[in-house]
Design a binder for this molecule. Structure first.
Ligand code: GTP
Ligand code: MG
Length: 328
């Protein structure tokens, strides 16, 4: 039985269990439960009967439902056209349509690798940017934890010198993870922290250095220029550094996340996206316009607030998590 037909309480318990049992797919699936339930209910609503005739009315209804979801108008048009072409004047059932939709989404989400680009020699520096509260510091902790578990030596740079609590937050994570951290005083130039962190990473042979930054809006020109300066400073100590500039987007921000991606990818030299909080709302479909509109690969997805709640982005498991299309 499809997920959205079951009683919610039973399902969230079993989803939670699956998540604890481990497995990246299970984690992504559990995190996307809200999105999957909303999308599944909306699409099923287009089906009054067991079988539905694919005519103009059906296609229009399906289009309307998909267009109002966070997947956006372009994906809705693409799916409508594909279903029109494949099934026009035929009777279809929900499962068939769901599989076709999943096929189109999976294709749209396909991209090159998700791996974090590592330096050939010397430390790999990862700069993490994004708007306030998008999940930067938490994502840094998750990444640092992964690298540490892989046996790598990790150094954090507390480059969010704007809020006193930010340094404290990252320091607590560093202690928990068991990695080192470079901090500056509140109000200090974040470029100086980036300078010190990358210098120390190079001199003391760290494998990975991850640098936090204060949240900022893509429209704040001087703050965007500050990121440019931080990148330059890192490059002075670490050849080809930063190897990655990861933009952390909050999936619950929906369409705002798309505008953030536009502003940051142009101004901040981003190399990849971390889509955080796919568990936090029914807006997981926002990944579709993000993938459609930018060259930037989605490298990681945030599945929750815990240190292990992160997965590499995989189009297949993400699509299955979004729609539960059954076996193909
Ligand atoms: N549910 C959920 N919550 C998350 C996730 N990632 C981060 N959060 C929560 O989102 C809130 C903000 O996260 P932070 O990591 O502090 O965000 P930030 O971008 O560093 O925020 P600022 O430094 O204030 O700009 C915290 O309560 C986190 O626990 C996620 O993947 N899922
Ligand atoms: Mg932060």
């Amino acid at each position: 039985m499809a997920f959205w037909n079951k009683k919610k309480s039973d399902d969230s318990v079993s989803e939670e269990r699956t998540k604890k049992a481990g497995g990246m797919f299970a984690g992504v699936r559990a995190a996307l439960a809200k999105t999957r339930e909303a999308l599944g209910t909306d699409i099923r609503d287009v089906f009054k009967n067991q079988g539905e005739l694919v005519d103009e009315e059906f296609l229009q209804k399906l289009f309307a439902v998909l267009a109002k979801s966070d997947m956006g108008g372009e994906m809705a048009r693409q799916i409508r056209d594909k279903i029109g072409k494949e099934y026009r004047a035929r009777k279809v059932n929900f499962e068939e349509i769901l599989q076709t939709i999943a096929g189109e989404i999976r294709e749209t989400l396909e991209q090159g690798g998700t791996a974090i680009k590592m330096a050939d020699a010397g430390p790999t520096v990862i700069l993490v940017v994004g708007v306030n509260g998008s999940g930067k510091t938490t994502s840094i902790a998750k990444l640092a934890n992964r690298f540490t578990k892989q046996g790598k030596r990790v150094l954090l740079g507390a480059g969010d010198t704007f809020r006193a609590a930010a340094v404290e937050q990252l320091t607590i994570w560093a202690e928990r993870i068991g990695c080192d951290i470079v901090t500056g005083k509140q109000g200090a130039d974040p470029g100086v922290v980036a300078f010190q962190a990358s210098k120390q990473a190079a001199e003391e042979n760290y494998d990975v250095c991850i640098i936090d930054t204060a949240g900022r809006l893509q429209t704040q020109t001087s703050l965007m220029q500050e990121l440019e300066k931080i990148r330059r400073v890192i490059g002075k100590h670490v050849e080809e550094g930063p190897q990655e500039v990861l933009l952390v987007l909050d999936a619950t921000a929906g369409q705002n996340a798309v505008s953030q991606a536009r502003g940051f990818s142009e101004a901040a030299g981003c190399t990849g996206i971390v889509l955080a909080k796919i568990d936090g709302s029914a807006k997981g479909g926002v990944i579709v316009p993000i993938r459609q509109q930018f060259e930037l690969p989605v490298k990681l997805v945030g599945l929750g607030e815990g240190i292990d709640d992160m997965a590499e982005f995989d189009p297949e498991s993400f699509t299955r998590g979004l729609l539960d299309p059954g076996d193909e």
